[in-house]
Write a protein that binds this ligand. Structure first.
Ligand code: COA
Length: 188
C-alpha cells in the first residue's frame, strides 16, 4: 500500500502517538513529560510531524516520523529525529531534517549542530549527506547503553537538496509532502 504523507507542526493531542514512536526508536527515550515540556514550555523548541493522509479526511492520519529542534538565536540545534521502522529509507527523515534547516535559516540561524550516537550509522549517513561534518566527541554522553556522542555541525547553514521521494516545497514555509510504501500492505 502506498501512503501519501505531509509534514505539519505537532500539536499536544499528538503526544501519545509521538511518545509511542519515541519509545520504539530510542533505547533511552524521552518521557511524555519531557516531550510535553518541549512542545509547550520551551520557547526555543519546534516540533514537526510527518503524517499520512487519509483519503476521506486529509487532516487525519498516522504519525510516521517526528522532529524536535531548537532555534537559539543564530544556532539551530537538531534534537530528536525519528521515523517509524516501516517507513524508513524513503526520504521521510531527510525531509524532516531539511524542513528544520529551512525553518532555522528563515529564523536567522547561521549554523546547525547536533549530537548522534557513535554507533548510529544511518543517522551519521543522513547528516553527512545533508552537509554536516563531525567536529568533536562527547565522551559517554548517552546512557542505556553508555556511548560517546559525535558532535556534528553545518556552518554556514545551507538548505540541502530535496528528497527524491518527497515533493518538497518547504523552503518557503509551506507543508511538504511525499509518499511511502508500507511493507506487507499494512494500513497507512
Ligand atoms: C535515522 C533515521 C531518522 C533516518 O530516517 P529515514 O527516513 O530512514 O532516512 P531517509 O530515507 O530520509 O534517508 C536519508 C539518507 O540517510 C542515510 N540513511 C538512512 N538510513 C540508512 C541506513 N539504514 N544505512 C545507511 N544510510 C542510511 C542515507 O544516506 C539516505 O540517503 P539515500 O536514501 O540517498 O541513500 C531513522 O533511521 C530512524 O528513525 N532511526 C531511529 C532513530 C534515530 O536514530 N534517530 C536519529 C537520532 S540523532
Amino acid at each position: 500500500m502506498v501512503c501519501e504523507w505531509q509534514i505539519v507542526p505537532a500539536t499536544v493531542d499528538m503526544l501519545p502517538e509521538i511518545l509511542k514512536l519515541e519509545e520504539a526508536c530510542f533505547s533511552a527515550p524521552w518521557t511524555r513529560k519531557m516531550l510535553e515540556a518541549e512542545l509547550t514550555g520551551n520557547q526555543f523548541a519546534h516540533f514537526l510531524v510527518a503524517m499520512t493522509r487519509e483519503n476521506t479526511d486529509p487532516s487525519r492520519g498516522n504519525i510516521i516520523g517526528y522532529h524536535c529542534f531548537w532555534v537559539v538565536f543564530d544556532e539551530l540545534r537538531l534534537m530528536n529525529l525519528a521515523v517509524r521502522e516501516a517507513s524508513r529509507n524513503q526520504g521521510v527523515g531527510r525531509s524532516l531534517a531539511r524542513e528544520a534547516i529551512g525553518f532555522g535559516a528563515r529564523q536567522g540561524a547561521t549554523r546547525a549542530v547536533l549530537e548522534v550516537r557513535a554507533s548510529n550509522e544511518p543517522a551519521h549517513m543522513l547528516y553527512r549527506e545533508m552537509g554536516f561534518l563531525p567536529i568533536g566527541v562527547r565522551r559517554q554522553y548517552y546512557s542505556n547503553p553508555v556511548e560517546d556522542a559525535i558532535l556534528m555541525e553545518m556552518a554556514p547553514l545551507v538548505l540541502p537538496a530535496e528528497s527524491p521521494q518527497g515533493h518538497a516545497t518547504g523552503a518557503g514555509g509551506e507543508a511538504i509532502s511525499g509518499h511511502v510504501s508500507n511493507p506487507g500492505g499494512t494500513a497507512c
